[in-house]
Write a protein that binds this ligand. Structure first.
Ligand SMILES: [Zn+2]
Length: 350
């Protein structure tokens, strides 16, 4: 099905995206700035961090991946807006992933700003957790999903990643759906949009006509919706519901955390729903044709942009966990799929 396209508004960002360079710092209005922060070694290349200036507050949305170069870019961007690091009073993070929350810990020390996450966002790993046990459980789960023994070490989460997750900032504040970010002179409403992560939030700024969509809605790629262990029972169902919640503001400009700005939220939501429905339909076709016995077997018969054989390590894990999320979703829709998937355990939210 051909759906109407979105309207590009971040022209400089799109050009930079195509030229594989970092987009410029941009002023989006009197009190709003877009500051790209490098995301080293990742095809997304950068996180778009947003600075909002209120009467007495300066709030940063999604500070990005933690690196010295990232901090330099952020500091230079703040300087362009006439601010230093110590002027920041608040840091709002759309979800816990390292390319969003990563630099928050360091910025909090430098600025004493509070750090806020959505109230449903999980902490994947508490400081007291036994890493060996986490690693072992994860491997067992992947084995159940059919990951072959000789690929397990490559696909499974590793000790370095877990240590990284452990070092992410704990939030000082939790933001409830429908509430306003507690900053003087700002009108930023929280919309809880689980799917890409269990407690992802978007922020709606009606006075400026802007929606900060994090990774919930991006202009070009479809956000990764994975069955994560531990995590919510049916993340794809959550994602569909969350797309409905944010689809109402078609005239507003969407400020995503990656790629480029655009308008036409309803059009983009329709595309994302269609994309995921198409993917679920493909999973059903694979089940019908190939009679796969595991999630891994389904995944290797699906189409992947650069081909199944090109997927390795982290991207392979994403592929398998995305396939698992479709299996769980299709089952919840009444499809009888006889492929083992672990019941997700609830994750701790603090
Ligand atoms: Zn991201």
């Amino acid at each position: 099905m051909i759906l109407p396209p979105i309207t590009l508004t971040g022209h400089a960002q799109k050009e930079a995206w195509q030229n594989k360079v970092l987009p410029p710092v941009e002023r989006l209005g009197q009190d709003v700035w877009s500051i790209p922060v490098p995301f080293p070694g990742n095809p997304m290349r950068y996180t778009l961090s947003y600075l909002l200036l209120g009467a007495g507050d300066a709030v940063l949305i999604d500070p990005g991946w933690d690196s010295d170069a990232g901090l330099d870019h952020l500091t230079a961007g703040l300087r362009q807006a006439g601010l230093g690091l110590t002027d920041l009073t608040g840091i709002v993070v759309t979800h816990f992933h390292s390319d969003h929350l990563g630099m928050a810990a360091r910025l909090r020390i430098a600025s004493r700003a509070w750090v806020a996450l959505g109230d449903r966002e999980v902490r994947r790993l508490s400081a007291s957790e036994d890493l060996d046990l986490v690693l072992r459980t994860h491997s067992e789960e992947l084995t159940l999903w059919g990951v072959p023994a000789d690929r397990l070490a490559e696909v499974a989460v590793n000790r370095l990643e877990l240590t990284h997750l452990r070092n992410l900032a704990d939030p000082d504040l939790r933001l409830i759906d429908g509430s306003l970010v507690p900053a003087e002179g700002l009108d930023l409403r929280v919309v809880t949009t689980p799917g890409h992560s269990p407690g992802h939030i978007c922020l709606v700024d009606e006075p400026h006509g802007l929606i900060f969509s994090g990774d919930h809605v991006l202009p070009r790629i479809s956000p990764h919706i994975a069955l994560e262990l531990p995590g919510p029972a049916n993340p794809l169902a959550d994602y569909y519901e969350s797309l409905d919640l944010i689809a109402f503001e078609d005239a507003m400009e969407v400020c995503p955390a990656h790629e480029y700005r655009f308008s036409g939220m309803q059009r983009r939501v329709a595309q994302l729903v269609e994309h995921n429905r198409e993917r679920s339909a493909e999973v059903l076709r694979v089940l019908d044709r190939h009679r796969p016995e595991t999630v891994w077997d389904i995944a290797r018969h699906l189409t992947w942009s650069r081909g199944w054989d090109s997927l390795q390590a982290f991207s392979l894990r994403l592929a398998v966990s995305e396939t698992a999320s479709h299996v769980v979703y299709l089952r919840s829709q009444g499809h009888d799929i006889d492929v083992p998937v672990t019941e997700p355990r609830p994750a701790v939210s603090r």
